[in-house]
Design a protein around this ligand. Sequence first.
Ligand SMILES: [Zn+2]
Length: 425
Amino acid sequence: MTDPSTPSSPPPLIHQAADVLADLRELLGREWPLDEVARRLRIWVQHQRSSVVGALHVTCADEAELECREAFRRGFVRYLLPTFKFSTQAAMECTNLGSRYEWGAAGLVEDHFATARGAEREKIIVIKINAHVSVDQVDGKDRYGRMQRYDAETTYCGALQALLAGKDLPATAELAETFAMEGKPRLEALRDPRCVDQELRALYAAITSARLQARRAIIDIDDHVDKTSTMWLVVPCVSLNRRAHDSEIVVGVYSCDRRQDPEAPSVWWGLHDDPGGYQLQAEGTRLAVADSGLLRPRAARDHRSLVLETFHEHRQQALASGERLEELRDIAEEATAAHPAAARASLATLLALALEVSPIPAALVLFGQGALATYHIEKAHRLAREAGDDHVARAMLTEMQGRIDGMDAQHAQNLVRLLGQAYGA
Ligand SMILES: [Zn+2]
């Protein structure tokens, strides 16, 4: 008989992944010297005994992050990556305002390192993502987000501070969309003294940002078909820019080991994405951050399915935004029954009408079924929840229209059937 007080065990695949990650567990939620994080990641990767190791490092463009970039090059890249040229090794690097993971980067990095000798068997790719914040001592207390730079005091990270201040820039607009993913008011929480101690706001914003950028990376990886079998490791961190040497907090780790099974699930082990749930602790002279999720690995979620679920909850509202739905349903019904040879033409007609009459259901169903690119994820979540931005849905469908000509007839017919279901044909 099962003891009702015993919590249910995690699925075996999560257990296996957690066993593999166990050696990294001590890093999670704690502040470490930059070199130590690079060293421990390197040792962990060496234990996996893969013939090729590739890496992508995502950092903020701030010159204060040089130390972080160099520590990863010196302690990880130089030892493990294949020689690029002149006896040197190089990770792919993505450096921009606010350490934003760029959609498509996982596919590119995999393309590159799949060409190294030995990668035809298997490889490991590590994506390290560093958000950052300054830590300065003022009146004997740690102060986050402001510190001396050259001859005056400035913000670190300037991009995240601009986001919190509501400044309108392309980078902050993209960050704001990521922070609002799945409708969670993370920015509002960070600005609200009842949710987040405002003295810790800059630190918690950096942790939340690194966590969310890692989610973007794993969603991109989940959608990518590896050229050669790959184990993926995504490690979001927060660099602590100090007057002395910088250090970093490891926010968590995503792993996805597709070396034996191309369908293997992704696993997350680390902090949640809710800044209101973080608790800062001091461990000696080092910082540590904890929350309720830190010590429990879990399966990463399938965001396309989540979008579909939300769409079905709000389906009536999404449909109600259009008129002439009967006409759309009739055409969808006819097209579903038509010969596959006519499927591309039917799909074109159906999409044109959906664009005009009721674009949201079509956009969400096509996204949810994997027919539209992953980088729409944040918009798709919002669209499914609010069911009220025809402009975004139209942009997604217009992208689909551009692909019809090169589409396989069977695939086109499957999409026609899905669209029929979306409109209740
Ligand atoms: Zn920055």
